[in-house]
Design a protein around this ligand. Structure first.
Ligand code: GTP
Ligand code: GTP
Ligand code: MG
Ligand code: MG
Lengths: 290, 285
């Protein structure tokens, strides 16, 4: 328990006086270790710890809590602030409004398409899913089954390219009175220029109101590399963290936020289509700190 | 003039960063650096290049500590007296199990073995269709049932077919599942029991498919899957990305499970035998 570990460091500090530089430095070493074990990126952890150090130094030692609790509260608040600032809901404003899902292989996009469809259908929208993954075996069939499970129409065409399918889906929406389309795209590597350019072309030609970067919640140090590249190519609007029903600490949440400054809009917490939650920065902070 | 100590401190700091950034984990990295520093002082190794060479060889040693050789021999995976040789493929969601099965099937077929696939993921949307396409690509046969069928009974039927068809290799696909879901882990245990009921030593291999982008949670995954059904090897996928997959160091060290193959792409041929030297070099690249 982090508070106990830190209290040991502070065990000679009385209830008055200020948190000294040595006390803070020692306790932050321990906090840095906790963050790294939680999969926060190495460089991100350094930047974060330096920011907290400034905050903690010279703070009067409070009587009502132990110095360990005091430091943890500073850390917790700072984590919450960073991950929670400029919260923004998904933009719904076109006709149809377009949400484009992007991310690495296996991160949970196709499943998320169904979840988002259901989420917005429950809120009075009439969504459509576009099966724009033309690579993965049975990907279109997978989205078709997903669509059936959440009773949402799916636009697909095994003979077409991703951009055509997206544009056909938009036409379908306008023709049939649907106000929202969600593009499911193929998983791809951030270093695959051809595949990243495919996404860029879809963005340029269809101008989605919302581009979401879908990342696996158990991603480790590499989270910053992929997020940064997707940001450079697409300037996405928000992030969705998936598979958060596991016991991964989720340090990727802090890493991705700090490196892209984009808000985490949802977390996916299971394989069922109602397993989608709005992101709670406080809960994420507690989870990361263990 | 900087002291040798100062120079070494800087070197070990940058080594720490390389290791932690490669997902080797704090405990493993600090422990390895501590051991290496002791050895380096003992042996009087002074030059930086020699220190780096020493740490690399320590890492290669760790990775090979539970393997017969530094390159996994696919042939060794098939003790030819055992027929059918049964491989059960497990892992958390989206790591590349189904894709890896296609690749393994093609690899075994190339060595002249007959291969049968078992579509025992009866849960996920279009999982059966996905594996069918891989069977087609690898030119091997597949046993499947309906979506929603009991996975253990599909596995059972597949093994029966493998035995009656005198097939060399049976590869059983299972649904992705988080190691924290006890009911799903029970389901996996049941699949294993059902295979063993029919053929005493089956499954002969249980390969845990892990995504190279996974962080420290990978160690938990390996622990839980090993505890539930026993894991004989790891396939580390998506190494064609930028993630290094360093979590395998802790898994090999703590659990003694060797890395057998790596996935380096989405095509049929994108599977290689694990090579510890190459893996360590890539970490420092
Ligand atoms: N436990 C859990 N599993 C999830 C979650 N989201 C998706 N999955 C599972 O993760 C696996 C991969 O999901 P997909 O939706 O196929 O992922 P994808 O990003 O579309 O994959 P590609 O198209 O190959 O890039 C499937 O087994 C899903 O059921 C989640 O929040 N929790
Ligand atoms: N780049 C890359 N992608 C891979 C590799 N292995 C698998 N993939 C991709 O990862 C995604 C998920 O692969 P699957 O085979 O469906 O994974 P799975 O573990 O069977 O997924 P579930 O059954 O849903 O748990 C697909 O898009 C694959 O093409 C690899 O080595 N490199
Ligand atoms: Mg998909
Ligand atoms: Mg699968």
């Amino acid at each position: 328990e982090l508070t106990d570990k830190l209290d040991l460091i502070f065990k000679n500090l009385k209830g008055h006086g200020k948190l000294s530089e040595k006390n803070v430095a020692d306790s932050l070493k321990e906090v840095r270790r906790v963050l790294l074990e939680a999969d926060v990126n190495y460089k991100v952890a350094k930047v974060f710890i330096n920011a907290v150090q400034q905050r903690a130094l010279g703070q009067k030692v409070l009587r009502s809590v132990t110095p360990g609790q005091q430091i943890v509260k500073i850390i917790h608040d700072e984590l919450t602030n960073i991950m929670g600032k400029s919260e923004a809901p998904v933009t719904i404003s076109g006709s149809p409004s377009i949400i484009m899902l992007t991310g690495l292989q296996g991160s949970g996009k196709t499943t998320l398409a169904g979840k988002l469809g259901l989420f917005f259908a429950k809120r009075g929208h009439k969504p459509v899913l576009a099966a724009a993954d033309t690579y993965r075996p049975a990907a279109m069939r997978q989205l078709e089954v997903v669509g059936q499970k959440v009773s949402i129409p799916v636009v697909l065409d095994p003979a077409k390219k991703a951009l055509d399918i997206c544009q056909n889906a938009i036409k379908y929406c306008r023709k049939n009175g649907h106000d929202l389309v969600i593009f499911d795209t193929a998983g791809r590597l951030h270093i695959d220029k051809q595949m990243m350019d495919e996404l860029l072309q879809i963005k340029k030609k269809t101008k989605p109101q919302e581009i979401l970067y879908v990342a696996d919640g158990m991603t480790g140090q590499d989270a910053v590399n992929t997020a940064r590249e997707f940001l450079n190519w697409l300037d996405f609007d928000g992030v969705v963290l998936t598979k958060m029903d596991g016991d991964a600490r989720g340090g990727a949440a802090l890493s991705v936020r700090m490196v892209t400054d984009k808000p985490i809009k949802f977390i996916s917490t299971g394989e069922k289509f109602d397993a989608l939650e709005k992101f709670h920065p406080q809960r994420m902070a507690s989870r990361i700190l263990g | 003039i900087r002291s040798q100590q100062d120079i070494n401190d800087d070197l070990f700091d940058s080594l720490e960063e390389i290791m932690i950034s490669g997902d080797l984990g704090v405990d493993f990295s600090l422990k390895l650096i501590e051991d290496v520093r002791k050895k380096v002082d003992e042996l009087g190794i002074k030059k930086s290049e020699n220190i780096v060479r020493f740490i690399k060889s320590a890492m290669v040693k760790t990775l090979n500590s539970n393997c017969q050789s530094s390159v996994s021999d696919p042939g060794a995976l098939l003790k030819s007296e055992i027929k059918p040789y049964v491989l059960m493929i497990v892992g958390v969601n989206g790591t590349g199990k189904t894709t890896s099965i296609g690749k393994l099937a093609a690899m075994y077929k190339k060595t002249g073995k007959t291969v049968l696939l078992s579509a025992a993921d009866t849960f996920r949307a279009a999982a059966l269709e996905q594996l069918e396409i891989w069977a087609e690509r690898a030119q091997v046969e597949i046993i499947r049932n309906q979506p929603g069928a009991d996975p253990a009974s599909v596995a059972f039927d597949s093994l029966k077919a493998a035995i009656s068809r005198n097939v060399d290799v049976l590869i059983v696909d299972t649904a992705g599942r988080l190691h924290t879901k006890s009911n799903l882990m029970e389901e996996l245990k049941k699949i294993r029991r059902v295979l063993a009921k029919l053929l005493l030593e089956a499954p002969h291999e249980t390969l845990l498919i892990m995504d190279a982008t996974t962080g420290q949670n990978g160690l938990n995954q390996a622990r839980q899957f090993a505890q539930a059904v026993g894991v004989t090897g790891i396939v580390l996928t998506k190494l064609d990305g930028t993630a290094r997959g360093g979590i395998v160091f802790s898994i090999v060290k703590e659990l003694g499970i060797p890395v057998k193959f790596i996935g380096i792409g989405e095509k049929l041929e994108d599977l290689e035998a694990f090579n510890a030297n190459d893996f360590v070099e890539a970490l420092f690249a």
